[in-house]
Design a protein around this ligand. Sequence first.
Ligand code: FAD
Length: 401
Amino acid sequence: MERVDVVVIGAGIVGLATARALIETEPARSVVLLEKEAGPGRHQSGHNSGVIHSGIYYKPGSAKATLVREGRAELLTFCAEHAIRVDHCGKVIVAVDDNELPRLATLEARAAANGIAAVRIGPAELREREPHARGVAALVVPSAAIVSYPAVCDALRRELERAGVFVRTGFAVDAIDEQGDTITVSDSRTGDRVTARSLVNCAGLHSDRIARLAGTDTGGVQIMPFRGEYYELIEDRRYLCRSLIYPVPDPAFPFLGVHLTRMIDGSIHAGPNAVPALAREGYRRRDIDLGDVRELLGSARSYKLAKKYWRTGAGEIHRSLRKRAFVRALQALCPDIEPGDLTPSHAGVRAQAIDASGNLLDDFAFASTPRSVHVVNAPSPAATASLAIGRTVAARMPAFA
Ligand SMILES: Cc1cc2nc3c(=O)[nH]c(=O)nc-3n(C[C@H](O)[C@H](O)[C@H](O)COP(=O)(O)OP(=O)(O)OC[C@H]3O[C@@H](n4cnc5c(N)ncnc54)[C@H](O)[C@@H]3O)c2cc1C
């Protein structure tokens, strides 16, 4: 059995960034990073839109606003240091009709409050920038960029291993035992165990379960998995989108609204929608995990959430089941897109925390005990903010003599 100073559970981008910050702040610390899959970044960090967000949407002073601003700058430096290609393509947020102008104005004010450049343009300038997008006005956000997050995860892993951090894959933590000044985590399938003086939970879609195994009260928060499905533009029609074309977000659901995203490999992805997933790692509609379904059905939060947001949810499910409805939503932004231009592409599953009253937690959230820190909610844009989230977690870690 190994003994280390800190055990980090989950080698997504947040766990990798946290391990990095832990040894940066305390180089003598011994750290082991445990991952149940065969390699890092196999879940949210490897199934996302690949956008380095600028952070204009978030409430000034919130953890998201601060950590995205800081994390974005750190990520750009990290990418430059590791020769990871970043395309500074910028983004346009398009108001498709006059009804959306007040929300566009609110967003413009928020960008200013967050210190982020955003330039308002009219239909003619929009057409110059994105010839196939249509709208009555748009905000151009030059600082939005794109990257391959799997490439970032690989570089983080290499850096950690060079610094002596053991990234142990194929270790699915299913028991945590805290006795006196040690915490033992184990994988009952293999009988493997690691003993540490402290623990960090970066388990993404399973973070609430890891918190429960550790006996940590996170205020009754539960993770609800939302699958996001993408289509991809066929190669001949990639010219329809030059950079990132986004709708004006609904303030109640900033993560909703299908958009067009240029990926770093040149492909153009459309989506995602957001439908409740019947398995926490269910990337296909037919993926059902009976344990996950039982947990959702047995939780009063799910019913409270469904009661509050059924109308929005029904729209998302409709767009998931009917390609025409999905295409119609895209045509509002880009009328030239035809159903035949789109082929089904990858899907991702978001770990969205909901509280005991069935409210979606919007901001990043953390919980601490004397010997552990839990990343309770790290939804989008946590990939952008990951290096800053890692520093925040490291700063919360107990200092041992
Ligand atoms: C569809 C979609 C689009 C998105 N687009 C963007 C974007 O463009 N830009 C952006 O900044 N953010 C985006 N995000 C958000 C971003 O991808 C996530 O916020 C971020 O990747 C979260 O990282 P994580 O490390 O917390 O989680 P994950 O990447 O999910 O990592 C958690 C890890 O913990 C491991 N684990 C879980 N349980 C255990 C266990 N018991 N034992 C051992 N290991 C365990 C998992 O296997 C996994 O590797 C998007 C997310 C989705 C789903």
